[in-house]
Design a binder for this molecule. Structure first.
Ligand code: ATP
Ligand code: MG
Length: 273
């Protein structure tokens, strides 16, 4: 009995820690959002100013020598490209921060009408960019197929996004791992699709990575089962995904995996009216 109480206390402590970590990251994310909005808005304003400047230069063509004109054009083109990069990467940072806010704010278990295609896309790319940030030399081609005009669907967005993120992180890892042992001619790929199918909607995430052995297939959903080196995985990802899909969304998750060839996950969730 005492042991059980001790265990419960431990668990509570862990949960409290996680909750305060969530609050802290939400707080930081919030604080960063404002200066980031300044960066994006000023880059857009500067882009407009640059357009005005270009017009003025064009209107006064005869006042510049050919050389000066060429130099001006080059500088203006560079400026425009830089401004676009600032805006693009700023937007990316904003979307990462939105992800953090979504995960940590978490009104738990709330079904909200959601653009599932957009959600999947966002988290697939979040995972991709996170991987790229750690692994600049490694790249993955992502092929996406989203059903057009799909209606808003009732899901728990922060849970579904967490599931997509873990599946995609696992896929990227399997690709990266395979790349370490194969030559130049291997092209790591992920295929992602979202579609409706009768009274369900279906999310597919397939990689051509290292695949799974029979042991891994059997133990995939076990808590703390991981084949990754210490520090790379806790082995909780797939058990959380299963819980999110089966218990929270009343759906199913299945996979096919061939060692050395790749792994494909299929999530099927009934559409809630
Ligand atoms: N797409 C995949 N291709 C190959 N193996 C996979 C794939 N997805 C999962 N696995 C295997 O299943 C194991 C368990 O995955 P799971 O997501 O539960 O934990 P993890 O990724 O190791 O750690 P984390 O808790 O950080 O997610 C992985 O260690 C890996 O061996
Ligand atoms: Mg994982």
């Amino acid at each position: 009995m005492d042991k059980e109480v001790e265990q419960l206390k431990e668990q509570l402590k862990k949960q409290e820690k996680l909750a305060s970590l969530g609050q802290l990251s939400a707080g930081i994310a919030h604080e960063i959002q404002n200066p980031l909005n300044f960066v994006i808005n000023f880059s857009k304003m500067s882009d407009k100013l640059l357009k005005d400047l270009t017009e003025i230069v064009e209107d006064n063509e005869d006042k510049f020598s050919d050389d000066t004109r060429e130099e001006l054009d080059d500088i203006m083109a560079d400026l425009q490209e830089n401004l676009h990069k600032i805006a693009e990467h700023g937007e990316r940072a904003i979307s990462i921060i939105r992800g953090i806010l979504l995960v940590s704010r978490g009104k738990e278990n709330e079904f909200i009408p959601t653009d599932v295609c957009k959600l999947v896309k966002e988290y697939v790319w979040l995972s991709y960019h996170a991987m790229r940030a750690n692994n600049k030399q490694f790249n993955v081609s992502i092929h996406e197929q989203y059903e057009e005009g799909m209606p808003m669907l009732m899901v728990i967005p922060q849970d579904l996004s967490r599931a997509v993120l873990n599946l995609m992180n696992n896929a990227c890892y399997a690709l990266w791992n395979k790349k370490q042992t194969t030559g130049e001619y291997y092209n790591p790929e992920v295929n992602v699709s979202v579609k409706t199918q009768g009274t369900d909607f279906v999310i597919n995430i397939a990689d051509n990575g290292e695949g799974m052995t029979d042991e891994v297939k059997q133990r995939l959903y076990e808590n703390f089962f991981t084949t990754k080196p210490i520090g790379h995985g806790t082995g909780l990802g797939m058990s959380i995904v299963k819980d999110i899909i089966e218990n929270k969304h009343h759906g199913t998750i299945t996979f096919e995996s061939v060692l050395g060839k790749g792994t494909a996950f299929t999530i099927i969730i009934p559409i809630r009216k």
